[in-house]
Write a protein that binds this ligand. Structure first.
Ligand SMILES: NC(=O)c1ccc[n+]([C@@H]2O[C@H](COP(=O)([O-])OP(=O)(O)OC[C@H]3O[C@@H](n4cnc5c(N)ncnc54)[C@H](O)[C@@H]3O)[C@@H](O)[C@H]2O)c1
Ligand SMILES: [Zn+2]
Ligand SMILES: [Zn+2]
Length: 349
């Protein structure tokens, strides 16, 4: 089979690789589409070294068709379309024993901690395969993983019907938080970013999405003005590495300032830099700050909402490339974030 191998950081090459038969209780999936995620951009640049030493095959957002089943694999049959959950919990650490799997101290992901799905075939344990009903295009099925992050964040933050939200960061993660939220609440949602095109994607797809470019106006002032001084119920931070911090409020601090008394801030952005949190601003509101990591148990709801056409996967996809153009795809996302949100790679060449 062909696999897209990161031979050295910033350099992909399509190579021939062997694929073994699926082991016990595994299915072999012929990958149809895989999606490039922000984490893949970090892997590409070597930021995850030594967790991802080269040569390496990334890819943790993917979907395809079952072509073979291993001994004892009984929950699917060849021909089934599946979304692949890349997360492997240890099941034994104190967090796993409490059922809090995203906090697993030994959590591993296919495509980050081991070779992943930027290839034509992959063997995966049956518990990580989610069969999709007819009617969902395979390309959209490859987005179930990132949608899971959006639905999980909504669950962690406790979004309810009628909740007004602010989402800081209209990138890939911010957009899926919004789409998941819109299956729950129809109240106003403020999207904050520094890229107009990304804000526009959200505001054109949904009613009552209020775009705020932090370079043009102070998002906290805007949110307070629009909510008559009350603030929103819940704020999500999905930026991670803020740009223009000299000219814009830090998203974590802005999120705290934008919520009402007793509100919730849910943080997702991953960075090693400390955020300038003034805890007094949180304490005065007796507000809660909560974190959200990956997803747990959200695949079925995402697949159901895709089937019901309640999500907008098309607006996340900027372009679809054959896997042979993987190098170009990574360079485009890096160079041109205004025009490229998600690029899908097609592996059934
Ligand atoms: N917690 C999790 O489970 C989880 C999962 C996936 C990704 N992440 C993290 O979430 C973050 C976002 O990921 P992504 O793929 O959406 O990245 P992204 O680059 O697509 O989105 C980040 C957005 O923040 C915007 N931004 C930059 N500076 C800003 C500022 N000062 N104010 C407002 N907006 C600003 C950018 O323009 C961009 O659109 C990253 O840190 C990523 O590592 C977390
Ligand atoms: Zn991802
Ligand atoms: Zn564990």
């Amino acid at each position: 089979m062909k696999a897209a191998v990161l031979k050295e950081y910033r350099k992909f090459q399509l190579e021939d690789r062997e694929i073994s038969d699926p082991a016990d209780k595994q299915g072999q999936v012929e990958i149809s589409y895989a999606s490039i995620c922000g984490t893949d951009m970090h892997i590409f640049n070597g930021d995850f070294h030594p967790r991802t030493p080269v040569p390496f095959v990334p890819g943790h957002e993917m979907a395809g068709i079952i072509v073979k089943t291993g001994p004892g694999a009984d929950s699917f049959t060849p021909g089934d379309k599946v979304a692949i959950d890349p997360i492997i919990w240890c099941g034994e650490c104190p967090a796993c024993k409490r059922g809090h799997f995203p906090a697993c101290s030994k959590l591993k992901l296919i495509g980050i901690d081991m070779d992943g799905g930027f290839c034509q075939f992959i063997n995966v344990d049956q518990g990580m395969l989610h069969i999709a009903p007819e009617g969902i295009p395979l390309e959209h099925l490859a987005l179930v993983e990132i949608y899971g992050i959006g639905f999980h964040a909504n669950r962690r933050a406790g979004v309810k019907p009628g909740d007004c939200l602010s989402i800081w960061g209209a990138g890939r993660v911010g957009q899926v938080i919004l789409q998941a939220a819109r299956t729950i609440t129809s109240a106003p949602i403020f999207m904050v970013d520094v890229i107009d095109k990304r804000l526009k994607i959200a505001a054109e797809a949904y009613k009552d999405v209020i775009p705020v470019n932090a370079l043009d106006s102070d998002p906290v002032e805007e949110i307070l003005k629009e909510t008559k001084g009350l603030g929103c119920d819940i704020a999500f931070e999905a930026v991670g590495h803020p740009n223009h911090v000299d000219r814009t409020i830090h998203p974590v601090r802005g999120a705290i300032q934008s919520i009402r008394g007793g509100g919730v801030v849910c943080v997702l952005g991953l960075t090693d830099d400390p955020a300038p949190v003034v805890f007094k601003e949180l304490i005065w509101k007796e507000a809660r700050i909560i974190a959200s990591r990956v997803s747990h148990g959200e695949y079925p709801v995402v697949i159901e909402k895709l089937k019901e056409n309640l999500l907008h996967p098309d607006i996340l996809i900027s372009e679809t490339f054959p896997a042979t153009k993987i190098q170009q795809a990574f360079e485009l996302i890096e160079k041109d974030p205004e025009n490229y949100l998600k690029i899908m790679l097609q592996f059934n060449l």
